[in-house]
Every structure is written in C-alpha cells, then in structure tokens.
Design a protein around this ligand. Structure first.
Ligand code: AMP
Ligand code: GLY
Length: 433
C-alpha cells in the first residue's frame, strides 16, 4: 500500500515510524514531515519516507499529491486539517483516509458543540455552559462562585484555556477571549466550566463508526515547568500505562464515557471514524471529560506506538472500513515514557536554527526512540525548527525503568537553550510508592 501521513510533529513521526514497520506499506510520503521522518525507512523494501513540503492545512495541494501518487491510505495527525474537512474532501474523490469527518471533528473544533453534546447525551463532563454573549458568560461564572475555567470555543493550540481562581479573573478571561480576541476568531464564543480537581488522564479509543477499541491509559504533562507550574503547552511528556489505574478501573471509566458517547453519535447522525481522545479528570465523584479531541494525542502517541505490538496499518485501515471488531490490538507489557525537549522560550516565542548534537549517541541506547517534532535539515545538520523539538521515548520493565532510560537518552542530546521537564512520570511513581 502507498501511505500518506499528514503533519510534521512528534505524533506524526511516531505514526510514520510505526507504519513503516508494516509489511503492507510499500511507499510512504509525508507532508510536510520533519528531519526524523525523512530518515525513516520501510521494513518491506528499505525505501526512505519521502517528505514533501506541503503544509498540513493546504488541502487542495494535499489532494493533488494523494491523487498523483495514487495513495491508498492517508493518515491525518493534527486537528486543523480535520476541522477543515480533509476527510470529506478526500472521500468525495474516492480516496481512503483515516480520521473523522468535518462534522465529527466539530467535537474538538468547537468546545461549545462538545459541551452541549456531552450534556445532552449524558457523557460525564465538567458542568458548564456555552455563551456567545460576554455578559451572560460572566453571570454564569458568578453562579459557579467565580472559580472556573474559561475556554475559547475554537482551536487555539491548547492555549485558549484560562484557569480562573476568582470572579475577577473570570471576568478578565471572558474579556480577553471575547472582546480583545486574544485567540482570534476562536474566541467568538466561550465555554465556562466548573474548575475540577483531581488527576488528569488521557483516554484514546479507536472508532470505526460502530465499535470503539480502547487503548491503555496514558498521562500527559501539560504545564511547561516541573511540579505542574508555568503555562499550558501542547504537552511536555507522557507515559503509559498508568500504574495507579487498574485495567478494571480503566474499563469502568472508558465504558462510562464511550457508551453515552456512541449512543449520542448515533442519535445525532455522527459516523465517528478515527481516534477519539477525551481528556479526563478523575475526580472524587467519578470521571469527568474536560475536552474531546478528534485525533491522536501528542506526545501520547509516542508512548502508545512504542508499546503497540499489532500492525498499525491494519488497525487504521479497519477504522476506515468499519472492521475494528475483529482487528488485533495488542500491547507490550513494558512501560513507555516520553520526555519532550523544547526550544528556549516555548510555549511563547522561540528562535529556530539551533544545531542538535548527540542524536546518534541517544539512538544507540537500547529500547530508545528519539521522535522528531520541530526539526529540519540545514547544511547537512539537524537543527531546531519549532517549539517542541524532540520526544525522547524509552521502554522499560516498569515505569521507573522507562523513566531512567528516557532521561539517560535526554542527557546525551544537546542544543542551545534546550528545556525539558525533569519530573515526567515522577508523581505516578510517588503515588505508587
Ligand atoms: P483543554 O484544552 O480543554 O483540555 O484544557 C487544557 C488543560 O486545562 C487541561 O488539560 C486541564 O489541565 C485544564 N483544564 C481544562 N478544563 C478544566 C476544568 N474544567 N477543570 C480543571 N482543569 C481544567
Ligand atoms: N497531549 C495533548 C494534545 O495532544 O492535545
């Protein structure tokens, strides 16, 4: 099969790396890709993955590429092309593509739609409301006692979420999003939610329109700094499985969310194919969904795919064709942990072009995979080209072993201003102690 991967981050490198191992894949193109993706080779015939410089949101050019290269399956990594309707566009032209339609991706691209959907169909969510009027949003925040979370409705790179400790902060947040438009058009509406306390986990379910197959649990680390301090980011590290969550507990949480979710999709005529990734808070009164994502998580994908022992191509193909019920979905018992190395200044401003040293030394370590995110090849050297630069991922017999191995690899890698959290997985290890 000829495969096209859309995107350029660590998630897309993990997808391309795992798909490259499938004996079904005879050719792979990635748009736009990165330096790490370009270095992958297919297990079937040793061919390199070809990176083509077309942006993930340039839908007409991606369509032309897929038609010209006679692509058999397109795999979409990021949220934006899904929200723009890449799946609908490709399917209209008879192309097979993995991911939800534009209508289904609205569950991620509109937090207001997701909030209303979850309330209507009994998906346990944070209590909240959606508003296109600033005064009404502020009144609702006051009814919650002031302490609340204010979110821009649309996609805002994970940044449009403001945690407010008081009514004053909540009113300021509503003004920033709706009046000052700090996150652009994404702020035409807001969702105001109760501020939930608890442990946050990531759930991933692969869906084929009828069936949802649940992945093991994972945990992301959203804040920039150790101890969950600093600004929210796209994700600074992840691990799987979660030692304090038993399989039975995970099944209970997943069932509690996915059963009403699938019933709701059927009721609304949403044919959900692709990954559903709810961000969940485990609270004292049960699991609550904070947000729905319509794609793989980044960096969750890096830890999932290093643990997956089944053929990813077969799984994604089964999601497209509605054949997931019988598909093989098996995981290594080993733990996986990913540490994101980012550019100085991330998630705000950062300067690209720093030379990255030590990648070969890190790659030489056993059970270690360095996924590239913001990297590029310049004058024969691999340089930084984005906020999140690398996802240094390692397997181990347990979380502690995976953690030591990942940090041993991180220590071999250097670039000017590199920043990373030193405490990925640390809280889980303390909780388990
Ligand atoms: P979201 O993009 O909606 O997942 O929000 C980003 C981050 O903000 C989440 O990963 C949580 O850490 C935090 N967050 C979002 N909603 C809530 C909430 N209702 N209560 C507490 N924290 C939240
Ligand atoms: N891990 C955060 C995200 O993918 O949205």
């Amino acid at each position: 099969m000829r495969v096209l991967v859309v995107g350029s981050g660590g998630r897309e490198h993990a997808l391309a790396w795992k798909l490259a191992q499938s004996p079904h894949v005879e050719r792979m193109v990635c748009a736009p890709g990165n330096a790490g993706i370009a270095a992958e080779r297919l297990a079937r015939n040793g061919t390199s993955v070809e990176c083509v410089s077309i942006g993930a949101e340039d839908l007409p050019s991606l369509l032309t590429l897929a038609l010209e290269r006679r692509i058999d399956l397109t795999v979409v990594g990021p949220d934006h092309p899904l929200a723009l309707g890449i799946v609908d566009l490709f399917e209209e032209r008879g192309l097979r593509i993995f991911g939800p339609s534009r209508a289904a991706a609205r569950l991620e691209s509109s937090k207001a739609f997701a909030q209303q959907f979850m309330q209507k169909h009994g998906v346990p969510a944070a209590a909240g409301g959606a508003f296109d009027d600033a005064a009404a949003a502020k009144r609702f925040a006051a009814s919650l006692g002031g302490r609340c979370v204010v979110k821009a409705d649309g996609l805002a790179l994970g940044k449009g979420v403001l945690l407010c400790a008081s009514l004053e902060e909540a009113e300021r947040a509503v003004d920033r999003i709706m009046v000052e438009r700090a996150f652009g058009a994404a702020g035409a509406r807001v969702v105001v939610q109760e501020w939930l306390e608890g442990v946050e986990i990531s759930l991933h379910a692969l869906c084929d329109g009828e069936v949802a197959r649940v992945f093991p649990a994972s945990q992301d680390h959203k804040r920039a700094l150790d101890g969950d301090r600093g600004p929210n980011t796209g994700g600074m590290g992840a691990y799987s499985p979660i030692p304090f969550l038993t399989d039975a507990e995970l099944t209970r949480v997943a069932t509690r969310i996915l059963e009403p979710f699938l019933r709701g999709c059927a009721a609304e005529g949403i044919d959900y194919h692709g990954i559903l990734y709810p961000g969940i808070m485990l609270t004292a009164s049960g699991p609550r969904v904070l947000e729905l994502n319509a794609r793989f998580g980044d960096p969750e994908t890096q830890v999932y795919l290093t643990r997956l022992t089944s053929d990813l191509l077969e799984l994604l193909d089964a999601s497209v064709s509605g054949a997931l019920e019988r598909a093989r979905l098996e995981w290594s018992a080993r733990a996986s942990l990913c540490v994101v190395m980012a550019s100085a200044g991330y998630p705000e401003r950062y300067a690209p072009g720093e030379v990255i040293a030590g990648l070969d030394a890190a790659a030489a370590l056993p059970e270690t995979k360095v996924f590239h995110a913001g990297t590029a090849l310049k004058d024969g050297k691999i340089v930084t080209s984005g906020g999140r630069v690398l996802g240094v991922t390692a397997l181990g017999g347990d979380l502690e072993a995976a953690r030591s191995a990942a940090y041993a690899a991180v220590e071999r890698i250097h670039f000017e201003g590199a920043q990373y959290r030193k405490d990925i997985g640390a809280r889980a290890l303390r909780a388990g102690a």
